[in-house]
Write a protein that binds this ligand. Structure first.
Ligand code: HEM
Length: 395
């Protein structure tokens, strides 16, 4: 990997952030040179240090997802107080415990194989035949198929149906774009959000009644969660599992190409887990995590007051370790901060890692490096992503 390749990869990533979300880009640029924790007018506290960020995520007594500044606040406005129980209360621990076996490494492999396997095989065959394929579009369809499986929706629809699932999730997430300074949603925004939720959860009522006990909806019924909370959780899965997963998958494919490290991975497939970890670390598809300060506390000598907001800039915290390098060892300070930390640590982490690995395996299945023919960044999105990444395997 040459210095030119490293710089090119970093340039593409910066462009993605800039095109996707100017506010986020400006915040990340400004915070690059500040201390580990600073107070920013209108935004609140901003943390850039990985160890401090994890400390905040683990301190549930002083920092919460519910309340102004936390993503739980947005969900509670949409789904009512029952959703607040998920983000803040004992119900959360119960649901996580009861759903754990659905999200293990083995379950993740089975889920990805079931919902995406035939598509990966078809994509590998097209690439091997010299056809140019859009990895970004494929990742959106695959993410839509994956959450459709989790929600008990039919698996036999044409790709367009799953593109729609993805697009609905993207529109819903997009409504959170203006919430950097306040997580209170305007009535018009709430109405638009409710309409999208209705569209996304059409299959949930039926699934809640009839789905088997080994499905997410079946588990919700066994726990007697009720339909409103089940609809809320189903929507949470769509939002949490689509944009981030697709963004991380496609950006990892681009980083592998741009840094010239596909050759190393082809030579040693044992580096796959590292490649996936590095791709997710460098892209950090959830670049900011917000929390509400629930009680007075100190962080790194600074006094935070109850009612303050705090933004953890995970993108900077994880990228401090250096550029994408598939031979990099596990970074203990960073751990898996791109998946958050503490009790809200990403439930779909194994699913996400499996998805990325599966896509890289597909792109490299012909045993030869792929070439990015053209690319386009998404504009005005919550999660910076490629709208298009067309690749080809030269003969
Ligand atoms: C690369 C892909 C992904 C990334 C970077 C990611 C990142 C995150 C992060 C940072 C959080 C914590 C948010 C917070 O603390 O405020 C989170 C939570 C969550 N994620 Fe993921 N995620 C990814 C993929 C997925 C997938 C594929 C699924 C489901 C299939 C999923 C399901 C969830 C759920 C349900 C939560 C909420 C957990 C809780 O509150 O207990 N995620 N994710």
């Amino acid at each position: 990997m040459t210095r030119t390749e490293i710089n090119a990869a970093a340039r593409h990533e910066r462009r993605l952030l800039w095109r996707g979300n100017r506010g986020l880009y400006a915040l990340l640029e400004a915070a690059r040179h500040t201390g580990p924790i600073v107070r920013v007018p209108r935004l609140g506290w901003v943390v850039t240090d990985p160890v401090l960020a994890r400390r905040v995520l683990n301190d549930h007594a002083h920092f919460t997802m519910a309340g102004e500044g936390g993503v739980g606040h947005l969900w509670t406005q949409l789904f009512g107080d029952e959703m607040a129980q998920f983000f803040g209360g004992a119900r959360h621990a119960e649901i996580r415990t009861r759903a754990r076996d659905l999200f293990t490494e083995d379950s993740a492999r089975a889920l990805v194989a079931r919902s995406q396997g035939p598509h990966h095989e078809a994509l590998a065959a097209r690439l091997a035949a010299g056809v140019t394929a859009d990895v970004a579009d494929a990742a959106r369809v695959l993410a839509g198929r994956l959450v459709a499986d989790l929600l008990g929706l039919p698996a036999d629809r044409p790709d367009a149906a799953y593109r729609d699932v993805f697009a609905a999730g993207e529109r819903l997430a997009g409504l959170a774009m203006g919430t950097a300074a306040s997580t209170v949603l305007a009535p018009g925004t709430l109405a638009r959000a409710r309409a999208i939720v209705t569209e996304l959860t059409t299959g949930v009522d039926e699934g809640y009644r009839t789905a088997g006990p080994d499905t997410l909806l079946g588990r919700c019924r066994e726990m007697d969660l009720g339909l409103p909370l089940t609809r809320g959780l189903a929507t949470l899965l769509v939002i949490a599992g689509t944009e981030t997963g697709a963004s991380g998958t496609v950006r990892t494919a681009a980083l592998l190409h741009d840094t010239g490290q596909q050759r190393a991975l082809l030579a040693d497939p044992g580096l796959m887990a590292n490649a996936v970890r590095e791709g997710l670390r460098v892209s950090t598809p959830a670049p900011v995590i917000g929390r509400h300060v629930a009680g007075d506390t100190t962080v790194d000598g600074r006094t935070l007051r109850a009612g303050d907001r705090i933004l953890l800039l995970t993108y900077l915290a994880t990228n401090g370790a250096g550029p994408f390098d598939i031979t990099r060892e596990y970074v203990p300070e960073t751990r898996q901060l791109w998946f958050g930390g503490g009790r809200h640590l990403c439930l779909g982490a194994a699913v996400a890692r499996t998805q990325v690995a599966r896509m890289l395996e597909t792109l490299l299945a012909a045993g030869r490096p792929y070439r990015v023919v053209s690319r386009r960044a998404s504009s005005r999105v919550l999660v910076p992503a490629y709208a298009e990444l067309r690749v080809q395997i030269p003969r």
